[in-house]
Design a protein around this ligand. Structure first.
Ligand code: IPM
Ligand code: MG
Length: 358
């Protein structure tokens, strides 16, 4: 039997609630399939550990998850730890050394869920956003001088490299090619940012020539927000820089009904390192411990994890179970305007998995 080792890192806030739910659903999925086994190892890395020991993960942390087949991550962020410390101490501390340069964010309107867009009933909005996940505005290049003095200054340099742009463009064109519409939108801001973003555009054009069967267009990021709202049906696959895609993917999640549903995969496509799967929503301290966190974002991330492992039938089965559950409004959590608890949604997804005869 195929066996996969998964590192579970719940992190902070509602992370522990949704990851417990996700592990339960993935185990139910493996039990239902019987062709493979998932072995979870749990890691207590997060802000509590940071406050106790001064580090989010132990010094040999990366080595301890290096051989795992995948990572299931909850969220990072606590009200009493500055956000940039958390981000760089945990999430980026895994994404960057493991070269998870392709961040993939599918967005669709699941059954039973209503988009805030009046003209959208469902099928008009079916997107995948590809976020460059290793450089750009998140490269960490910059500094701060004259601290506390009147002449204090700070810079964040957006770093774009030929190799970095080339690999994300190839990834995005390939992904667009694998989807029925074969359509890619390259998001840019090369009118204002005349160096890095111009290189981005030039390499998009070069790579596009390798994919003559994929239609593509280019869109300035500000205009892209309008197009997402006004012409959602004109979009299929999108590639954007680290920061642009961060912003666009929150808009996408809201247009699809709730941030609580949105999944993401941080992929190292070459599989030299494990890839990491996580819900987009973050730690949501305001609802922590109440048992009402929406586990769907984690379940959908679990679908992406199974796809990455090559367990396609199990991934499809989990997605069908999710869609059966979202179709029932009494199983919506409060972020979707419903009364359901994390427990109720998880139980319903596990039952739908067991009842699936396909
Ligand atoms: C995301 C999140 C993170 C980001 C936060 C938590 C730092 O918003 O994954 O989209 O900006 O990358
Ligand atoms: Mg974000």
């Amino acid at each position: 039997m195929r066996q996969y080792k998964i590192a579970a890192i719940p992190g902070d806030g509602i992370g522990s609630e949704v990851i417990a739910a996700g592990v339960e659903a993935l185990l139910a999925c493996a039990a239902r399939d019987a062709g493979f086994q998932l072995v979870f190892e749990h890691f207590d890395w997060g802000s509590e550990r940071y406050k106790r020991t001064g580090a989010f993960m132990p010094p040999d942390g990366l080595a301890r998850i290096r051989q795992h087949d995948a990572i299931l991550f909850g969220s990072a962020g606590a009200p009493d730890v500055p956000d940039h410390i958390t981000l760089w101490g945990l999430r980026l501390a895994i994404c960057q050394p493991f070269d998870q340069y392709a961040n993939v964010r599918p967005t669709r309107i699941l059954p039973g869920i209503t988009s805030p867009l009046r003209q959208v009933s469902g099928p008009e909005l079916d997107w995948v956003i590809v976020r460059e996940n290793s450089e750009g505005e998140y490269a960490g290049v910059g500094g701060r001088v004259h601290r506390g003095l009147p002449e204090e200054a700070a810079t964040d340099v957006a770093m774009f490299t030929r190799a970095g742009i080339q690999r994300i463009m190839r990834f995005a064109f390939n992904l667009a090619r694998s989807r029925p519409r074969k359509l890619l939108t390259v998001v840019t801001k090369s009118n204002a940012q005349r160096h890095g973003m111009v290189l981005w555009d030039e390499i998009a054009l070069e790579v596009a020539r390798e994919f003559p069967d994929v239609g593509w267009d280019k869109m300035l990021v500000d205009a892209m927000t309008m197009r997402m709202v006004l012409r959602p049906d004109s979009i299929d696959t999108v590639v954007a820089t680290n920061l642009h895609a961060d912003i666009l993917s929150d808009l996408a999640a809201a247009l699809a009904g709730s941030l609580g549903i949105a999944p993401t995969a941080n992929l190292n496509p070459e599989r030299s390192f494990p890839s990491m799967f996580e819900p987009i929503h973050g730690s949501a301290f305001d609802i922590m411990g109440k048992g009402i966190a929406n586990p769907i974002g984690t379940f959908w991330s679990g679908v992406m994890l199974l796809e990455h492992l090559g367990e396609r039938p199990a991934a499809d089965r989990l997605m069908r179970a999710i869609e059966r559950v979202t179709a029932d409004k009494s199983l919506h959590t409060p972020d979707l305007g419903g009364p359901a608890t994390t427990r109720a949604v998880t139980t319903a997804v596990c039952e739908a998995l067991l009842g699936d005869n396909r």
